[in-house]
Design a protein around this ligand. Structure first.
Ligand SMILES: [Zn+2]
Length: 371
């Protein structure tokens, strides 16, 4: 009988991504050390995490027409946000059956585990599937099955964050939260807000977020990525967001930056995404917002956002901070611990994991120092 981990042919398996060298005498590179670092992934979109070959197979199965390509990896070859959004829509259109969602979730979490993630809080975009006639309960059932299998096979935990598509407006957002609450499970930890900030400011979503808060859901919002710093402020003050996703344009508002340093509200930053969706395409620039945010003392976590679609896994994001922005291993280890602190899990669990992670980090650090 085949084990659960053999049910899907995954790219992560074939890539043979492993963590630390087994023997203490083997060389430990900074790359391996960063891969082994225990991490929480807090800003990851399921639909932006689909393997190219899985995407091509699902599209073929469901008769979704794809652009000409000689290899599935070419499907993720674009240079701007518009190209990315076109392909994102095709990926969403190719996820139809419960099993599609289960497979994609399982493969996504497999890659997370291979990158050292021990806890994941994953966005998914129900509206992108409802648009194609896939009911929310089908989406949720498939994702939940994928999470259950991955938790057993890879030893990580995963909570889910259905994300409001802001482009559908405030009234639909209220209906969306009502739908989420009607199908609520213990896996659903909160709600997010994403898609284009321009023209869809936070104040449109006050009612939806109030409803979520009253029902005990946690709240986060994409803000200040392409929209103004004011969206960061309004996300926190009007929507009562407990985290900010991206938030780079906060650097244009020193007063708000100082307030967020004081409150230590977590910002989930995604280095590779900034090179696609913002004007800050040089990660080594001294004025890159992530550098400025960190130096100001903001509470920041490192995340991958849309790893297969932007071609950078979670370890790559930590590695880019090391190679291109000069972050030391110790600084990155602190950011990994900050990701645990910013996770939406109960305090006793967090406290026990913190002790475990700190001890593992000490071992990894000692191995690096030996060289
Ligand atoms: Zn995002």
């Amino acid at each position: 009988m085949k084990g659960a981990d053999e049910r899907f042919q995954s790219e992560a398996n074939s890539a043979n991504i492993m963590s630390m060298p087994a023997a203490a005498t083997d060389a430990l590179t900074i790359g391996n050390a960063l891969r082994a670092l225990p991490k929480a992934e807090l800003h990851l979109h399921l639909e932006g995490s689909v393997n190219a070959t899985t995407f091509a197979e699902m599209a073929r199965h469901h008769d979704v027409e794809l652009p000409p390509h000689s290899h599935p990896a070419e499907l993720f070859d674009y240079s701007d946000l518009a190209g990315f959004l076109d392909v994102y829509a095709l990926v969403a259109a190719s996820m139809i059956d419960r099993r599609d969602f289960e497979r994609v979730t399982y493969e996504c979490l497999e890659r997370c585990a291979a990158n050292g993630a021990r806890h994941v809080e994953m966005f998914f975009s129900p509206e992108a599937h409802i648009e194609h006639g896939v009911p929310y309960d089908t989406v949720l059932a498939g994702i939940t099955a994928g999470v259950r299998h991955a938790e057993v096979d890879f030893g990580l935990s995963c909570l889910l964050i259905p994300a409001i598509n802001r482009e559908l407006g405030g009234l639909r957002a209220v209906e969306f939260v009502e739908m989420v609450l009607a199908h609520r499970t213990d896996d659903i930890v909160g709600v997010g807000l994403d898609f284009n900030e321009i023209g869809y400011p936070p104040e449109l979503f006050v009612d939806a977020f109030r409803l979520a808060e009253q029902a005990g859901l946690r709240r986060t919002s994409h803000a200040g990525e392409v929209g103004p710093a004011q969206n960061v402020r309004d996300g926190i003050e009007l929507l009562h967001c407990e985290r900010v996703d991206h938030g780079y344009n906060i650097v244009q508002d020193p007063e708000l930056l100082a307030e967020c340093v004081a409150s230590q509200v977590p910002f989930t930053v995604c280095p590779t995404t900034t090179t696609f969706t913002t004007d800050h395409r040089d990660l080594s620039a001294a004025d890159h917002p992530i550098r400025v945010m960190y130096d100001a003392g903001l509470n920041m976590t490192v995340n991958s956002d849309d790893p297969t679609m932007f071609g950078a896994e979670l370890t790559d994001e930590y590695s880019k901070l090391n190679r291109l922005m000069g972050f030391s291993f110790d600084e990155l280890a602190q950011l990994a611990l900050a990701s645990l602190d910013a996770a939406w899990i109960d305090e006793p669990t967090k406290s026990s994991w913190r002790a475990e992670w700190a001890s593992d980090i000490e071992c990894i650090s000692a191995r690096l120092d030996e060289q």
